[in-house]
Design a protein around this ligand. Structure first.
Ligand code: AMP
Length: 184
């Protein structure tokens, strides 16, 4: 199965991605985790990305596309779960093209529907280096302007499913499994 998780920062994508990847035995690809690994390893890319991430801005589409292409090349057929990518329309269009080229289109895009008040509370409770009040404000703005339009993009393509992302973690996982079992 080839899945994209879409939703605001703090909407629970990362938490649920782990459950989904385990249940359907697919590769969990979190671009945030990949970038944080580069930062931790002190690579040139990591050094460049850290400031951008801490400010709550987006790393350039070129860098992100290079990262995703490398990761998907050759093993997309076994299924994957993208968490945190795509985040911009150019990223989504490039992904569509890449997957079209290899004949492995997305099966489903799941949108995590969570109220803003809840999201802000969750982010403030998390304490990552990009979870300061100012960075959170920027990230939500970036989300609204650049990522939220992807909801309509995938709606138009006919493979968007919406899941309410509030409540207990296990409860949300059940809702997701219900949707994904139908797609499988
Ligand atoms: P996340 O863990 O998904 O919240 O990502 C943390 C940070 O990594 C984001 O705020 C961005 O700075 C960067 N990042 C992750 N994924 C992407 C992406 N697809 N495009 C641009 N920047 C990204």
């Amino acid at each position: 199965m080839r899945i994209v998780l879409l939703g605001a920062p703090g909407s629970g994508k990362g938490t649920q991605a782990a459950h989904i990847a385990q249940r359907y035995r697919i590769d969990h690809i979190s671009t945030g985790d990949l970038l944080r690994a580069e930062v931790a390893a002190g690579t040139p890319l990591g050094k460049q990305a850290k400031e951008i991430m801490d400010a709550g801005s987006l790393v350039s589409d070129d860098i992100m596309l290079g990262m995703i292409e490398g990761r998907l090349a050759g093993n997309a057929a076994e299924g994957f779960l993208l968490d945190g990518f795509p985040r911009t329309l150019p990223q989504a269009e490039a992904l569509d093209k890449l997957l079209g080229r290899i004949g492995q289109p997305l099966d489903v895009v799941v949108f995590f529907d969570v109220d803003y008040a809840e999201i802000i509370q969750r982010l403030l409770a998390r304490g990552r280096s990009d979870d300061t009040e100012e960075a959170i404000r920027t990230r939500l703005q970036v989300y609204e302007q650049q990522t939220a339009p992807l909801i309509d993009h995938y709606k138009a393509k006919g493979n968007l499913r919406s899941v309410r992302g509030e409540g207990e973690i296990t409860e949300i996982a059940e809702r997701l499994f219900n949707v994904l079992d139908q797609v499988r």
